[in-house]
Design a protein around this ligand. Structure first.
Ligand SMILES: [Zn+2]
Length: 380
């Protein structure tokens, strides 16, 4: 880390410690504030030359520019979004009234199997280099092997599997893997669960980011094979998330064109769910869905050991294209304030994962589905 990056990290640490308790809600101030849509260290260093940090709590960082927005390098400008203070929040979810656990939901969440979750995480991590760009290098790339592994796992569970291909690469096609199961009633609303399967491309790495979240999608799909549902279920392992979320944008576009998107009542994203030391989960969405996020937080208190925090506005993962399309969606993610020290590095390996924590996030997201859909256990 170079000096200026260290200096800006110190400033943001100071702001986090000094202001966080006072300003879970962002302070009102004159001039436009911009949400950082990337926390890549190289970007943070570049933008620090043209801005000051005015709010920095965990995932949510705002800056004010010292130069006109129009004068910024377009590459930097693309990673900023103007926000008003009322849109911004990062802190504990509203407490509300503590509800009693529903035995049927406890039965559902008890089916989450941490060893299987680890097995799926390992299966995806150990495919090699999973960057979608690797499909330019070889048709036997890790990205291709991960698509094959995930499609095979969904098929074994009995789901209808689609390779939703949206981009021709030199040696192969770049595709999301989509698994579906229809409700008994035709024309039912659907619930969509997403997590990206690609990585930044280090060999047999990206275990936390995001083999863990893609494995969470598989484990939720597996648990739900024991239930019928009055909603269609759609599970998406997105490709290309690390390349400007190309897979989830393509998924939204494709589903909009086919009419499927209009039936999506609710979507859940898991990205980086397996590294944590303080039990805090961030539930990230946009202001219009903050009540939903608080409701998710209330379920976390009833059905898991997680401490729910709400983060707004949304940035940087596969929930964003769905939110932009008006679908109620949240991201479940490890506490960003203390996220994996191996973020986007070759050391993001299987050995460093916290699978009890990841299992709890999977339990929470199943409890959310149980709160939205009527699930009926199938006879064994
Ligand atoms: Zn990720």
């Amino acid at each position: 880390m170079r000096i200026s990056a260290r200096f800006s990290a110190l400033i943001s640490l100071f702001l986090t410690c000094a202001l966080a308790p006072l300003f879970a809600q962002a302070p009102a101030a004159s001039g436009s504030s911009y949400l950082l849509l990337s926390q890549d260290p190289a970007f943070l260093e570049k933008i620090s030359a043209f801005s000051t940090t005015v709010y920095s709590v965990s995932r949510t960082r705002l800056v004010k520019l010292s130069v006109p927005f129009a004068g910024l390098d377009p590459e930097l400008a693309a990673k900023l979004r103007p926000v008003s203070p009322g849109e911004v929040f990062n802190g504990p979810a509203a407490k509300g009234e503590q509800k009693a656990a529903d035995p049927a939901v406890l039965e559902l969440t008890s089916k989450v199997d941490g060893r299987r979750l680890m097995g799926y995480t390992e299966g995806i991590t150990m495919t090699g280099k999973r960057s979608a760009s690797q499909l330019d290098a070889s048709a036997a790339s890790g990205n291709r092997l991960a698509m094959d592994y995930i499609a095979g796992a969904f098929k074994d569970m009995g789901y209808a599997v689609e390779r939703q291909c949206y981009k021709d690469r030199k040696a192969d096609k770049e595709c999301n893997v989509v698994a579906r199961r229809k409700a008994a009633q035709p024309g039912a609303k659907s619930i969509l669960v997403i997590g990206h399967m690609d990585s930044v491309g280090h060999e047999n790495a990206g275990a936390d980011d995001n083999a863990s979240g893609a494995a969470g999608v598989l484990e939720m799909a597996r648990v739900l094979t024991s239930y019928s549902s009055d909603h269609d279920l759609v599970f998406v392992t997105a490709n290309g998330e690390e390349n400007e979320m190309t897979g989830s944008y393509a998924c939204v576009k494709r589903m909009k064109a086919s009419g499927e998107l209009a039936r999506v009542a609710w979507a859940i994203n898991m990205d980086m769910i397996a590294w944590n030391r303080d039990g805090i989960i961030e539930i990230e969405t946009n202001k219009e869905f903050s009540a939903h996020a608080d409701w998710v937080g209330s379920l976390a208190r009833v059905y898991t050991k997680l401490q729910p925090h709400i983060a707004m506005p949304a940035w940087g993962s596969d929930h964003v294209p769905f939110l932009e399309a008006g679908i109620p969606t949240y991201l479940s993610i490890e506490h960003w304030e203390d996220h994996t020290p191996c973020y986007h590095q070759a050391c993001d390996k299987l050995e460093s994962l916290f699978m009890d924590y990841a299992s709890d996030i999977v339990r929470l997201n199943l409890a959310v589905i149980a709160g939205k859909a009527r699930l009926t256990p199938l006879k064994p």
